[in-house]
Design a protein around this ligand. Structure first.
Ligand code: HEC
Ligand code: HEC
Ligand code: HEC
Ligand code: HEC
Length: 284
């Protein structure tokens, strides 16, 4: 291919990705290789989790045969049943306004390692040829000859009891006063929140779907990786109330605050200096 054609192809690929709503800032490979989320042989020291593959992405993503039980991209790990977890709302603080949905979305994907139940080397589609097992298989349990050097018990766990963690699967800003969130691309603003101590959420329609996020200072306009991401859940069942929430709504999940590919300390989307992470959403 001539250089000009390559440039055109790259430009149209980038345009296609932008249309598909992919987050644009940063580069997944550059980031993740140097972090604790590199679980292959090129990870160093305590980051080095398994032997037998120098792949990075395979511990979380597979190009084929992914789990589709939750809305996470091409997920290569078996996800637990939502009822496995106890959620923050069951603590019963009187200040919690938003409804909590069953553990799902991107959070249940993080928890497929961070609940400490499933070993790190268990995956659906192992590195290399063959090695597909819909129920998940460990290294040496199928075609992959790697060995698990650390198992679930040694990861920095959140565990299955999420009552002592910041709420996840929770409606942003306490949910809407009226029962429905304004249709994207209209912003979702303070006067529409049940809990007014929150920053406005921006919204857009990407790939035919409503998405929401909270702008962080200096991150630039439009949805960036360094904004707090809100995750769209539709008709999720509010735990405890037995009612189904109306329409598409923005929710806070693990990856609202964390970007699993980032090189920032503790995978935060932005540095937490002056509690900037907290103040991105909370008006306090
Ligand atoms: C430790 C688990 C983990 C590893 C390893 C990982 N990812 Fe991800 N990835 C995730 C999760 C979780 C999401 C969804 C998070 C989100 O919506 O921001 C995601 C989302 C994505 C997305 C879609 C959203 C975006 O940011 O554009 C792409 C593309 C992606 N990953 C590519 C990769 C590639 C390429 C690699 C290997 C170099 C990789 N990931 C390694 C966990 C991982
Ligand atoms: C494939 C397994 C796996 C998945 C999936 C995964 N992690 Fe991790 N994560 C790890 C391992 C391994 C470590 C390092 C543990 C340690 O050093 O104790 C880690 C560490 C972390 C840390 C602590 C980093 C530090 O510097 O102490 C955070 C924060 C984190 N992960 C967040 C997430 C979030 C959020 C998600 C989902 C978006 C996620 N992880 C998905 C395996 C995973
Ligand atoms: C509201 C924002 C927010 C959400 C949601 C969130 N985290 Fe965190 N998380 C943080 C912050 C901030 C830190 C850094 C804490 C610190 O510096 O002591 C952190 C730290 C961590 C750590 C490292 C713990 C340590 O002290 O070494 C892990 C692991 C982690 N988060 C995983 C998760 C997982 C898994 C989820 C979803 C179940 C999640 N987080 C949801 C903000 C969040
Ligand atoms: C992505 C947006 C977002 C970020 C970032 C965020 N929060 Fe929250 N937080 C929420 C939402 C939404 C709720 C639920 C509010 C409700 O329904 O009353 C909540 C609830 C809380 C609650 C109260 C729970 C209750 O029982 O009333 C506390 C305390 C809290 N967050 C502290 C923090 C701290 C500390 C940080 C920074 C480490 C942080 N939050 C970062 C969105 C966020």
């Amino acid at each position: 291919m001539k250089e000009r054609n390559i440039k055109t192809t790259v430009a149209s690929l980038i345009a296609a990705l932008a249309v598909a709503g992919a987050l644009t800032a940063g580069n997944a490979v550059a980031g993740i290789a140097n972090t604790k989320h590199n679980l292959g042989t090129t990870g160093t020291g305590s980051n080095h989790q398994t032997a037998g593959t120098a792949e990075l992405c395979v511990f979380c993503h597979t190009p084929h045969g992914a789990d589709t039980s939750a809305t996470v991209p091409l997920w290569n790990r078996v996800l637990a049943a939502p009822v496995t977890y106890s959620t923050y709302n069951s603590l019963g603080t009187s200040s919690l306004d938003g409804s909590t949905a069953a553990v799902g979305s991107v959070s249940i994907a993080c928890l497929s390692c961070h609940d400490g139940v499933q070993a790190m080397d268990v995956m659906i589609n192992q590195p290399g040829s063959g090695g597909f097992n819909a129920a998940g298989a460990a290294a040496t349990g199928n075609v992959w000859s790697g060995s698990a050097q650390l198992n679930g018990a040694t990861v920095t766990n959140t565990g299955v009891d999420l009552r002592n963690d910041h709420p996840i699967g929770v409606q942003y800003a306490g949910g809407p006063v009226t029962g429905t969130v304004p249709d994207a691309p209209n912003d979702y603003t303070t006067s529409q929140f049940k809990d007014r101590d929150f920053k406005d959420a921006k919204s857009a329609i990407l790939n035919g779907k409503s998405v929401w996020w909270v702008e962080t200072p200096g991150s630039g306009n439009g949805r960036q990786k360094t904004d707090m991401q809100l995750y769209t859940r539709t008709g999720a069942l509010a735990l405890g109330s037995g009612t189904t929430l109306n329409g598409d709504q923005p929710y806070v999940e693990c990856a609202s605050c964390h970007d699993p590919h980032s090189e920032n300390p503790t995978f935060l989307r932005i540095a937490n200096t002056g509690s900037a992470v907290c103040l991105a959403c909370h008006t306090k």
